[in-house]
Ligand binder design. Sequence first.
Ligand code: SF4
Length: 283
Amino acid sequence: MPARTKPLKRVRVVTKKPTRGDVSGDNASRLKAIVGLLEDRLGVPMFDGPRDGLRVLVLTILSQNTTDLSALKAYIRLCETFPRKENAKLFRNEKLIPRLPDGSVDPVAIRLSQAADAFFEPDWARIHTCDEKKLQDIIRPAGLPNSKGPAIQRVLGWVKEQVGEYSLEKALAGKTPTQAAEAMSSLKGVGAKTAAVTLIEAMGADLCPVDTHVHRIVNRLGLVSTGDNREKSYRLLQPMLPEGKGYSLHHNLLTFGRTVCTAKKPKCGECFLANICPSAGKI
Ligand code: SF4
């Protein structure tokens, strides 16, 4: 697991071990057992927010189809170009940005939701109303500026229209996590994963965003069978989630996907889910 500047808070639990060869049972029950086994082995990741929703959402949009480091570069350029008048400084807490000995940002330890907390909020009104091409130039380090720039302005316009100010929390007030995710992902350029990541990382919503690791693992475990359709995996997975376990499952599957059930050579021989995995030894 990559090091983090401020590791996720985890607590240990002990779960009843599964019966050898038990790949049967309904998927909700199997998922419940899998959540327990992951927590037993990896601990229980604990939500360490809340965080400002708009900052997390904009950073998450910038991180689509690129590295966290590139997203962060683009976000820093946004904050530098559009500082709030009352806050000319860039950093609120520089220690939340992990650094290598040479002073560059550590690409492994960086955690975007924490990085969102490291900076003073940019002037959202200026970003909202600035020239489209100028915004695209500023965020170019994150790639796809022609879609990400308009997506950011669309989000800002939507929030302002909903509540008269740039507050995602107020725009989503009164909505369940599912309703909030639907409202956000109805905006072009946001998408189900971006909405769910924002809701769990900023507000601790009980959702499990489906990124490349989660999608790959839930398919290998036979919880869903969705080919390359991640959105479908997300839609099928949410109703099966044991209550209160979305955050834990998401973060543990990321760790599990980076260390055991890796994309190319999964370590089935040393996997603690092999007994209940229909793909064990077949990949
Ligand atoms: S047994 Fe293999 S394919 Fe199944 S979850 Fe473990 S590492 Fe992944």
